[in-house]
Design a binder for this molecule. Structure first.
Ligand SMILES: Nc1ncnc2c1ncn2[C@@H]1O[C@H](COP(=O)(O)OP(=O)(O)OP(=O)(O)O)[C@@H](O)[C@H]1O
Length: 232
């Protein structure tokens, strides 16, 4: 496993949210995390990127214990986090949003980094000069993922990429995630859309009230058991 989360217990100040959660994401694999609102999915990703400090458990990347590493070290090691809600710098143009991330890259790589990210999302080409705050939800989600790609991550932590996106654009986001996966990007994918998540994932975890209640192999064959676990 590239990312291994073992017996993780983590929360906020006085509230413990996740208890004893273990899961893994294989190199070049997609691991899906499913669960109802408030189950603890976002908390899991925040712990993985280092925004929350676990009270117990271990997080390993490529076998190395990163449980106490700061977020920037994890990013340097190849993790990238795309939070829920498609946040960008709203006043900046779409292109500038990519460039500010690219500024953190070696000078010789900046232009190529922006171009590679854009190649993934052809729909962004037409709106590069538009303020990010004026983009549609789907375009903003694509921009958010494109921004994350600029650091050349090996593992993406994706929080509900299709949430709040109009149905006609959901497919575009799904295809982008699937093509990243097909090209070997490892992805820890938090989703509410069971069909999509289970189709791209090799393994899944259902979280309920902070515990991993169901786990198994992904693929369409797992869809019914996941729906049942979620009582959908
Ligand atoms: N900053 C915070 N301080 C205290 N409690 C929090 C904080 N953020 C989230 N929580 C609580 O942690 C629990 C899990 O929240 P989390 O956002 O991880 O769930 P989720 O599964 O991602 O839900 P959603 O699908 O609604 O995003 C919830 O009960 C929530 O109220």
């Amino acid at each position: 496993m590239m990312l291994e989360i073992e017996n993780l217990t983590v929360g906020y100040d006085r509230t413990t949210v996740l208890r004893d959660v273990s899961l893994g994401c294989a190199e070049h694999g997609v691991a899906a995390v499913l669960g109802h609102n408030g189950a603890g999915k976002t908390t899991l990703l925040k712990a993985a990127i280092g925004l929350l400090r676990p009270s117990a458990g271990t997080i390993r990347l490529d076998g190395e214990d990163i449980t106490r590493h700061a977020s920037h070290r994890r990013v340097h090691a190849g993790l990238a986090y795309v939070p829920q809600g498609q946040r960008s710098f709203e006043q900046l143009s779409a292109l500038e949003n990519l460039q500010v991330v690219a500024d953190g890259q070696p000078r010789s790589r900046r232009r190529a980094a922006v171009q590679e990210a854009l190649d993934r999302f052809p729909a962004l080409q037409a709106v590069l000069d538009r303020q990010a705050g004026l983009l549609s939800g789907g375009q903003r989600q694509q921009l958010a993922i494109a921004r994350a790609l600029i650091t050349k991550p090996r593992l993406l932590l994706l929080d509900e990429p299709t949430e709040g996106i109009q149905p006609s654009v959901v497919l575009e986001i799904e295809q982008a995630v699937e093509s990243l996966a097909a090209d070997g990007m490892s992805i820890l994918l938090v989703e509410q859309h069971v069909g999509f998540a289970i189709r791209v994932a090799q393994n899944y975890t259902v979280l309920a009230a902070g515990r991993a209640t169901h786990q198994g192999d992904g693929g369409l064959a797992a869809r019914d058991s996941v729906r049942e676990a979620l009582a959908l």
